[in-house]
Design a protein around this ligand. Structure first.
Ligand SMILES: Nc1ncnc2c1ncn2[C@@H]1O[C@H](COP(=O)(O)OP(=O)(O)OP(=O)(O)O)[C@@H](O)[C@H]1O
Length: 249
């Protein structure tokens, strides 16, 4: 999803950088009274959400209810039309394109349904890329990438990403999301395109690696087994976000 697609920019304030000590006392994600629509259709209607540091929060809901839109808003890929969003204490709506991109690279890892790797680059190059873009030198970026690929149990690091199976590609996606040691990972249907046994392996790796790295997680998933492993499960329906009280479906 591209930044600003279909959205109108309303909040226009001067950038404010919050000191890191002050940031660490605030929720990792603090979304308040968020509204977002595509053209005339309201998708998020006064939605508030917090994710604490190291916490995992799953969002479930009917198809088309706006789960991916919410994930893209929290991943700072789409801008809210009204409301507030602070991530790691930073008012992200106050940041414009270049600074927002730099903030996102350092703070938010994103995992997509189809991994979205560069097919001609190897697994190792795909994982190292965000670190290189964030200013790491090649040896450092590749060292981090190798360690993370080892963590997700991918030994064939020189295979072009286009030749990987769906499960392998998603393991690379998890490693890539973690390469800049983000405080937050946003995962949009990370297991939806995988078969049963592979889903379980990828979900295990996702939750265990995030816990090991102390990253918070916002995960959108149709999969009961995957969503119910989160610390909290929320339901998005009719533009509103509520606690999921009954069984996830
Ligand atoms: N770029 C866009 N322009 C216009 N409408 C869009 C755009 N992206 C999504 N939508 C619409 O917004 C609504 C919410 O889409 P979204 O993908 O967020 O829902 P979802 O809950 O993730 O759905 P699913 O579970 O089927 O993936 C849908 O009706 C979709 O068609």
């Amino acid at each position: 999803m591209s930044e600003d697609s279909g959205a109108r920019w309303i909040n226009c304030r001067a950038p404010e950088i919050v000191p890191s000590r002050e940031r660490s006392m605030k929720p990792l994600v603090d979304l308040e009274r968020a509204c977002f629509g595509f053209r005339r259709r309201t998708i998020l209607d006064d939605v508030s959400l917090t994710v604490e540091r190291g916490e995992s929060v799953a969002v479930v809901g009917p198809s088309g209810s706006g789960k991916s839109t919410l994930a893209a808003v929290v991943a700072t890929l789409l801008r809210l039309q009204s409301g507030e969003l602070r991530i790691d204490g930073q008012d992200v709506l106050a940041l414009r394109s270049a600074r927002l991109a730099a903030f996102r690279r350092a703070t938010v890892g994103v995992i997509f349904q189809h991994a979205e790797l560069v097919p001609t680059m190897t697994a190792l190059e795909n994982v190292a890329l965000p670190a290189l873009l964030d200013g790491a030198d090649r040896a450092t970026a590749e060292g981090r990438a190798r360690r993370l690929l080892d963590e997700v149990q991918l030994s064939e690091t020189d295979t072009p990403a286009g030749d990987l199976s769906g499960g392998e590609a998603q393991r690379v996606g998890i490693a890539r999301a973690l390469v800049n040691a983000p405080a937050l990972v946003v995962a949009d249907e990370p297991t939806a395109s995988l078969d049963g046994p592979t889903k379980a392996v990828v979900a295990d790796l996702l939750y265990s690696r995030l816990e090991a790295h102390g990253a918070g997680l916002l995960i959108v998933s149709h999969d009961v087994a995957v969503a119910s492993r989160a610390d909290r499960v929320l339901r998005l329906e009719g533009g509103r976000l509520t606690a999921q009280l009954a069984e996830v479906h």
